[in-house]
Design a protein around this ligand. Structure first.
Ligand SMILES: Cc1cc2nc3c(=O)[nH]c(=O)nc-3n(C[C@H](O)[C@H](O)[C@H](O)COP(=O)(O)O)c2cc1C
Length: 201
């Protein structure tokens, strides 16, 4: 059974443009994969804790030396990694907040980047340990930054995901969401057209 993992991070829930576009893609995916399974994580509703010293120590303590509390911390991270590992495709809804990705999404990344599980260092550098799979990213921004240095998200997401072995990324942008005029409507129309194409590919 095909599985899609959808991670939303808009503070506006399903009203967020990034979530709405991600939801539209997921609906197309469901149509093409009847019987497929969709797992949705809404990071604004169910926040993932920040990585702190206690959590990092749990990750790096050998399995046979972990305390009960550390085992629980690692089990939580293992569950997130397992979802990512088993998914056949992954969808991220990503708003731009203060020129970065939402801190909730960063917290998620901090729980799925685990040495020996999703990446390792070899003599020739880092190696991602996840099997490659399509990753669809729906990025909503108030302004327009694509292709400029102010687009802090695209390079970061590509670098981070590739570090885990995920290189097959597809970005759909909804930019100018806070701008006056018809920027917003045009950007959303264009994003919807891209979704139709992507979902049919
Ligand atoms: C806290 C906050 C910070 C924001 N920071 C930026 C920003 O740095 N650059 C930008 O272009 N838009 C910024 N915006 C606007 C959002 O990117 C825009 O509203 C976008 O549609 C949010 O995604 P969503 O609709 O999926 O929630 C910010 C919005 C909020 C609420």
């Amino acid at each position: 059974m095909a599985t899609l993992l959808q991670i939303n991070s808009s503070l506006s829930g399903d009203q967020g443009h990034s979530s709405a576009l991600a939801n539209q893609f997921t609906e197309r995916w469901r149509e093409r994969n009847p019987g497929g399974r969709v797992i949705v994580r809404d990071l604004a509703r169910q926040a993932i804790p920040h990585l702190d010293a206690e959590r990092l120590n749990a990750f790096i303590t050998p399995a046979d030396k972990r305390t009960q509390a550390q085992e629980e911390i690692v089990a939580y991270s293992d569950q997130l990694i397992d979802e990512l590992r088993r998914a056949d495709a992954v969808v991220f809804g990503v708003p731009m907040y203060n020129f970065g990705v939402p801190s909730t999404l960063k917290a998620y990344f901090d729980h799925v980047a685990r040495s020996g599980e999703t990446f390792r260092y070899t003599s020739s550098g880092p190696e991602g340990l996840l099997d490659d799979k399509p990753v669809y990213i729906f990025a909503a921004r108030g302004g327009i930054y694509q292709g400029t240095d102010a687009d802090s998200q695209t390079g970061y997401l590509n670098t981070f995901l590739a570090f885990l072995g995920l290189t097959d990324t597809h970005f759909v942008y909804a930019e100018g969401m806070a701008m006056s005029g018809d920027h917003k409507e045009k950007a959303l129309e264009s994003a919807q057209a891209e979704i139709t194409q992507l979902a049919a590919a």
